[in-house]
Design a protein around this ligand. Structure first.
Ligand SMILES: CC(C)(COP(=O)(O)OP(=O)(O)OC[C@H]1O[C@@H](n2cnc3c(N)ncnc32)[C@H](O)[C@@H]1OP(=O)(O)O)[C@@H](O)C(=O)NCCC(=O)NCCS
Length: 231
């Protein structure tokens, strides 16, 4: 294709759609589109402005809900803790304003690409951590996940409970086929968590992540929809 031809291809008309939870997307009408978007969430432009609430997911002990600005206090306990941040994709937050900025980003979302939930105590709504999916790939129905639990509440089965609820949502509601986790080889808690949930280790990604000035390897784990609670 000539350079001009390629440019013209990029200029093809696209359909402006909403993914149903308030995010507007530009989708090339010639591309196969994730059935999620076609079947459940796509609304034509005139309906696109209708705000759709962030989905709240309930478990026995937890309420996974949209973040609020006042969750910054609890989240700063996590982000300022060197042990909790040891394997995170960013260095420890030394300033509270860094946490406030992150929480603001967690409130926003682009549901076809990423979404964060505050993991809140079902009894008093206190924020105990986060779960998220990100790097959503529409055509391949694939996304990656992340999770963090307050250091004072770890080893109580909370991450397993919260991530399970998010996986239910991702497979059943979003129609995802593959969910990935990228994990530092020394992060035994995270490895134990995903293996408990049925993820398979697929390999080592060398120097996959740069945190500060340090290159880090990641283990790649993945779970297919057909493997989750027997599909
Ligand atoms: C990973 C993390 C979310 C686990 O949270 P948690 O609520 O303590 O996990 P759970 O209690 O649900 O544990 C589930 C399983 O994970 C494993 N696990 C959890 N913590 C562990 C630890 N410290 N050492 C070894 N295995 C551990 C166990 O297999 C456990 O199952 P079991 O209790 O039946 O043995 C938590 O350690 C954390 O927030 N870490 C810092 C942030 C982070 O590294 N996130 C992952 C980035 S890839």
């Amino acid at each position: 294709m000539s350079r001009m031809g390629r440019f013209e291809a990029l200029q093809r008309p696209v359909a402006n759609v909403c993914d149903g939870w308030g995010a507007e997307l530009a989708i090339d009408a010639d591309w196969p589109v994730w059935p999620l978007l076609a079947d459940r969430f796509v609304r034509l432009a005139p309906m696109a402005k209708r705000p759709i609430p962030h989905p709240t997911l309930s478990t026995a002990r937890l309420r996974l809900r949209q973040f609020r600005a006042d969750d910054a206090d609890e989240m700063h306990t996590c982000f300022a803790d060197p042990e909790t941040m040891r394997f995170w994709n960013q260095p420890v937050y030394t300033k509270r304003v860094e946490t406030e900025r992150s929480v603001r980003n967690f409130i926003d979302c682009t549901p076809s690409y990423y979404r964060f939930w505050a993991v809140a105590d079902g009894a008093d709504d206190r924020c105990l951590g986060l779960v998220n999916y990100h790097d959503g790939h529409i055509r391949s129905r694939r996304a990656s996940i992340g999770y963090m639990i307050n250091p004072t509440r770890q080893r109580q089965g909370l991450a397993a409970e919260a991530v399970s609820a998010m996986l239910d949502f991702c497979f059943a509601e979003l129609g995802l086929h593959r969910i990935q986790a990228f994990i530092h080889p020394d992060n035994s808690a995270s490895i134990g968590l995903v293996e408990k949930l049925g993820f398979s280790r697929e390999g080592v990604l060398r120097d996959n992540l740069r945190v500060g000035d340090v290159w880090r390897n990641d283990l790649l784990y993945a779970l297919l929809s057909t493997e989750w609670r027997n599909g």
